[in-house]
Write a protein that binds this ligand. Structure first.
Ligand code: SF4
Length: 237
């Protein structure tokens, strides 16, 4: 699947320009997680990622083009130990999958990846998301900060969740706390989401009626999307 590849290239180029650092090995293991979202009260909060007037965004990109050759956690900007007040925040996940084709399996894999995106609950790390605007705000507890919480361990918790999904090979989690880079990469969330939504409808059996299709704009913009749907329809005839 190459549909997200031009956004992946932009993310990799922009984070490189911004001085991205590989922090995979900073933590020996994943940060502990809860079964469900934990409430961190304001009075127990050390600071918020993407809080207040700070920009925030989260999105997931999928490829089969050997772009992510191993699991990794990357960071642009200060790590959690170096933050003492609200900052801008982005969490961008790039997932390398096996060629999942155009079957029900592909539909299930995309659905499971969307589920995983919002269902990791690290201890002392309260995530609030808006799936409408793709914003993500995180409240870090004073206790977690005192225990040395860092993005390497949080990234590993996300990687574990994604790796439990069938067909996922490698996962790269990129955290960004530098406002300028968050602002540059924020607009791509909408295109990434439009691709995912279109894909789920296509896998769901959307008729190939381009003249009356809600996803025409996506197909006009994203290379390979129209070919994929028309190719699938031809095969299924
Ligand atoms: S090819 Fe694109 S525009 Fe045409 S029906 Fe399929 S999703 Fe809609």
């Amino acid at each position: 699947m190459k549909l997200y590849d031009s956004i992946i290239k932009t993310v990799l180029d922009e984070t490189k320009k911004a001085g991205v650092v590989d922090i995979t090995d900073n933590a020996a293991s994943a940060w502990p997680v809860n079964e469900q979202s934990e409430l961190v009260m304001q009075r127990d909060s050390a600071f918020e990622l993407g809080g207040g007037v700070n920009p925030s965004v989260n999105y997931t990109l999928v490829s089969t083009e050997h772009i992510v050759s191993e699991d990794g956690v990357f960071l642009v900007g200060p790590d959690l130990s170096g933050i003492n007040s609200d900052v801008a925040f982005a969490r961008i996940v790039i997932i390398e999958t096996e060629e999942i084709g155009e079957s029900e399996e592909a539909y299930n894999a995309i659905r499971d990846m969307e589920f995983a995106r919002y269902h990791v609950f690290p201890k002392g790390y309260m995530v609030r998301v808006s799936s409408q605007s793709n914003q993500e705000q995180v409240r870090i507890s004073k206790e977690a900060k005192a225990k040395g919480i860092d993005f390497s361990a949080i990234g590993k918790a996300y990687i574990e969740k994604y790796k439990a999904i069938a067909h996922v090979k490698n996962v790269r989690v990129i955290f960004i706390t530098k406002a300028e880079t968050v602002e540059i990469l924020k607009p791509y969330a909408k295109t990434a989401d439009d691709i995912t939504k279109s894909l789920t409808h296509i896998y769901d059996g959307l008729a190939t009626d381009c003249g009356h299709c809600d996803f025409k704009k996506v197909c006009d913009e994203v290379e390979g999307m129209r070919e994929m749907h028309l190719g699938m329809a031809k095969k299924n005839k």
